[in-house]
Design a protein around this ligand. Structure first.
Ligand SMILES: [Zn+2]
Length: 489
């Protein structure tokens, strides 16, 4: 619009000028030696216009000619970059396809064409890894650390390498640096947490876990479940450092986080007992017994040893049984106290209720209690021997079993000692050691048993089995097909 107005204005100006010239005729005189001439004014003006146009055209030609080399150079550079990016893309595709040679070829091509190491170093490192040249890959990753724009990727590559080499300390150091660079990246937080747990840095892991929950890198529910186990790790860490009060404080926090967490219940009770805080302990154990009966709580409940006389112990275990009368652990704990008090009839009654008939398959420790009962009540050595034979082939006692690798542990730990699985220990019977088929030998004459199966049950072993029960006997009885208790997680 503006251009149209300007054009119309100029055209009007030209018309006005032409009219003015027509009304005011004139000429320009030229003299060169004897030669004289006159040029009319319109011709002079026309000549000037033509001259100006020619100058403008020449200038434009000169200006274009000057830019030609630069334009050719730019065009070449553009082509080179396009080929470089194409090589980079093809290299990445080759990495994804696992074609090591093609990946290396394209990485070199891209490096030459692009001349930008930050773009090609990662591809070169990946190509080196595909070729199995971890040393070269490591050099590329380390070179990436020197540039701010690639440092994070370099750290990630070195971290993965350290993990593959099983070097947890180096991996942890790289994860720490990665967190400094990108503190809100979810995989950095979860990886750092995982490595801190593996190194037993529980308090640092707790801090990282809280950050991960806050940033939704770990779901709220999963994180709260993990917190209890990590707090117990902090408790173990504090106890190892000799700080028992901090250990108890962490165990209490763990229990507050998850009131039904069996390891937390056991640990708090154990630490309270060690600290001499036994006044409220029976009450706390009775509260826990309703949801998490465990053999370790039994000795803590009565203070262990001979602190109480046998009849008082029976009375206390009767009270405990009332809290959870249907659980086998209650009956075993009471039967143990009754045998100690030589109240044979009641002890037999409670053990019989657990299933000890010819058609039953009682667990090993129930068989051992029955042997002790027979020895104390009747002195029938054949019956004793028969029960010990049954104990040898019965289902084993439960333990803390790793859900990932099946390793058994006497005490709960946040990490499996064999495979480092985290929070994987459940209180249950080892799956690979279920009871043998019910021994027919229980019904056989003792002499036959002695010849067939129980040849190795010597008198010494017999005496040993009749000794007062150890902690193993306090483990809860398994069912025939015992489900995992799953109270640890
Ligand atoms: Zn394991």
């Amino acid at each position: 619009m503006i251009r149209t107005i300007i054009f119309v204005a100029l055209a009007a100006l030209v018309v006005v000028g032409a009219v003015w010239l027509a009304e005011h005729p004139g000429s320009v005189s030229l003299a060169w030696g004897d030669i004289r001439g006159y040029i009319e004014m319109p011709a002079v003006l026309g000549g000037l216009v033509v001259f100006a146009i020619m100058i403008a055209l020449l200038y434009r030609l000169w200006w274009s000619a000057r830019r030609v080399p630069k334009a050719i150079s730019n065009s070449r550079q553009r082509g080179k970059k396009e080929r470089g990016y194409k090589a980079l893309t093809q290299g990445m595709v080759a990495v994804a396809a696992g074609d090591a040679n093609e990946a290396r070829r394209q990485a070199q091509k891209a490096d030459i064409l692009l001349g930008e190491p930050p773009l090609t170093m990662l591809l070169s490192a990946q190509a080196a890894q595909l070729n199995g040249d971890e040393a070269a890959a490591s050099r590329y990753f380390n070179a990436m650390l020197k540039r701010p724009e690639t440092a994070f990727l370099g750290l990630r590559g070195l971290l993965m390498q350290a993990e593959r080499d099983g070097d947890t300390s180096a991996a942890l150091a790289y994860a720490d640096r990665a967190k400094t660079l990108q503190p809100k990246t979810p995989w950095v937080l979860t990886k750092l947490f995982d490595l801190q747990v593996r190194k037993g840095q529980w308090q640092a892991a707790l801090k990282t876990l809280d950050q991960a929950i806050k940033l939704n890198a770990v779901k709220q529910d999963d994180g709260q479940g993990l917190r209890s186990a990590i707090l117990l790790g902090c408790s173990i860490e504090a106890e190892t450092a000799g700080n028992k009060s901090a250990a108890l404080s962490f165990a209490e926090k763990a229990l507050k986080q998850n009131p039904n967490h069996l390891p937390a219940i056991v640990r708090r009770a154990t630490l309270m007992s060690e600290a001499g805080k036994t006044r409220t302990l029976p009450k706390l154990i009775k509260e826990a017994w309703a949801t998490a009966p465990h053999p370790m709580l039994v000795s803590l409940y009565v203070g262990g040893g001979d602190a109480l006389d046998a009849l008082t112990r029976v009375k206390k275990f009767e009270e405990l049984r009332e809290v959870n009368p249907g659980h086998p652990e209650s009956s075993i704990a009471l039967a143990r106290a009754l045998i100690d008090a030589k109240i044979w009839g009641a002890a037999r009654s409670h053990l019989t209720a657990l299933g000890v008939g010819p058609g039953d398959n009682p667990p090993s420790r129930v068989c051992r209690l029955m042997a002790e009962l027979e020895e104390g009540e009747t002195g029938d050595i054949d019956a004793v021997r028969s029960w010990l034979v049954r104990a040898a082939s019965a289902a084993p006692d439960p333990a803390w079993i790793c859900a990932d690798c099946g390793a058994a542990h006497i005490n709960w730990t946040p990490l499996c000692s064999r495979c480092d699985a985290q929070g994987a220990l459940d209180w249950r019977i080892p799956e690979h050691a279920n009871a043998l088929p019910k021994p027919e030998m229980a019904a056989l004459p003792v002499e036959d048993i002695g010849e067939t199966v129980a040849e190795d049950v010597s008198d010494d072993v017999l005496k040993q089995e009749l000794l007062p029960p150890d902690s193993a006997e306090l483990a809860p009885p398994p069912e025939d097909n015992p489900p995992a208790v799953n109270q640890s997680r």
